[in-house]
Design a protein around this ligand. Sequence first.
Ligand code: PRP
Length: 216
Amino acid sequence: MSQNLRIALTKGRLQDKSVELFEAMGLDCSPIQNPGRRLVHALPNYPLEAVLAKAPDVITYVEHGVCDLGIVGKDTILEKGGSFYEVLDLGFGRCRFALAVQAGSDFYGTYKTRRVASKYPNVARAFFQKKGMDVDLIKIEGSVELAPILGLADGIVDIVETGATLKENGLVPIEDVAPVSARLIVNTASMKLHKAQIEDFITRCEAELEKRRGQA
Ligand code: PRP
């Protein structure tokens, strides 16, 4: 009997989509369907244990090798970085990072140093550095749209999915920063130590993703 692999799933929206993917791959995910407050779940018909974690912690657990695999958004990967293999774009959790400002404001039309608020300061820093533009960054923990409304920032770098949050708060996206979607990541040592098992898992994932692309 092969040793169980362990995968860290990002709690919330990506967790639901991950479970959908696993079920489609033939993995019985009934223990995660109604997880209650339990955070570790062994799957009954595949040698895999799923743990439910916050997005940045998925990377931490995979980097440290206590989880062999992880499913996490590219947004978290871009912000946190780290040492692991990013092996598959899973095609769900699609959204984008964008620079947004208050409707009618001219973000680039001044020589004054602009203030930018973001929950993702590293992403924002890299974006403006690439342009050779000096900005003051302010880290905000959530509902970043408030920062320009309250006059704290000239713009925000944030995740845009439907665009509804921006719109309802009088903001408009003026530039795309980076596309985002869920990724499968693998611990570098696990990739060697559990090569056959991990390859089996990746192959099953790929087959399902291929099927979805065929249906699109
Ligand atoms: C994210 C993001 C936006 C919103 C975008 O926030 O920060 O606020 O979703 O989605 P939309 O384009 O479909 O409106 P989240 O719900 O993760 O909460 P947060 O603002 O507290 O981070």
